[in-house]
Design a protein around this ligand. Structure first.
Ligand SMILES: [Zn+2]
Length: 263
């Protein structure tokens, strides 16, 4: 990284490109390095150093007006705005939701969000304070095997879908040239297949492969994959203070979560 100061008075037309390259090698002001081990993926698939910056007013406004139709656009825009050092398309879908909760916590110093909940076990009703640590997260703490061998003897090399893969999934779902009915869950499962016996698979080829699988192989594959998934669910996890049971409460994106009352 070059360290000499830029002389902004001395930029000629020919070196404008070079100047903007130099500027983009510096993380934005106020950005801090993300501890990738906090991610559901544990950061295993990101060689990049990732920086995060706080949500700005436009991000907050968009997050506070999130709905079923705009959710993907809003989240992807916020991530491309607040993460630095990584292309948004390379972010794994299993990390996406966690990153939004993380950015909210980072922006507001993890100011708690109060949820009212009933314990299913003892009926105790009380208020719970949600902090980032209460988010229901499944981490990838296992090593991903080189391949999964199926009962049909095929060796499957797996990958993890990214935001870019999500785009490909949506394009395939809406492709008018495809005459067969696409099952969304099988298509999602297909996005975890990188290679079959060393042959690289397109998303559509992987989907066809899954659809043609014998039942034993399919069952084995889904069970093996279930052990290798990671995600953050929009669910808050607490312990009941009267009986000690786990309490799960929905923690959806609501306006008051992104616009908390500051005392
Ligand atoms: Zn209880």
């Amino acid at each position: 990284m070059k360290s000499e100061k830029l002389d902004l008075n001395n930029i000629t037309q020919s070196n404008v490109g070079e100047v903007s390259n130099q500027l983009s090698t510096q993380p934005p002001k106020g950005a801090v390095m993300l501890d990738k081990s906090l991610l559901p993926s544990r950061g295993k698939f990101y060689p990049e150093t990732i920086y995060v910056k706080k949500l700005n007013t436009l991000n907050i406004k968009n997050l506070a007006t999130i709905n079923e139709n705009n959710i993907n656009n809003v989240i992807n825009n916020v991530l491309s705005n607040c993460l630095w050092g990584i292309e948004t398309g390379k972010i794994l879908t299993g990390d996406k939701i966690w990153l939004i909760y993380y950015l909210r916590a980072f922006t507001y110093d993890d100011i708690p969000f109060v949820l009212r909940g009933t314990c299913d076990n003892c009926g105790n009703i009380r208020n719970y304070k949600f902090f980032l640590k209460n988010l229901d997260v499944t981490y990838l703490d296992k090593d991903v095997p080189e391949y999964i061998e199926l009962p049909n003897k095929d060796k499957i090399t797996i990958t993890y879908p990214t935001i870019a893969t999500e785009g490909a999934i949506n394009r395939l779902k809406n492709d008018q040239n495809i005459m067969i009915e696409i099952n969304p869950e099988l298509l999602e499962l297909s996005s975890y297949i990188l290679k079959v016996n060393d042959t690289k698979m397109s998303l559509y080829k992987a989907y066809e492969y899954i659809c043609d699988m014998d039942a034993k192989s399919f069952s084995h594959f889904t069970n093996e994959m279930a052990e290798l998934l990671f995600s953050a669910k929009p669910v808050a996890k607490f312990k009941c203070d009267s009986c000690g049971e786990d309490i799960l409460l929905p923690m959806p994106f609501v306006p008051s979560f992104f616009l908390p009352k500051i005392k």
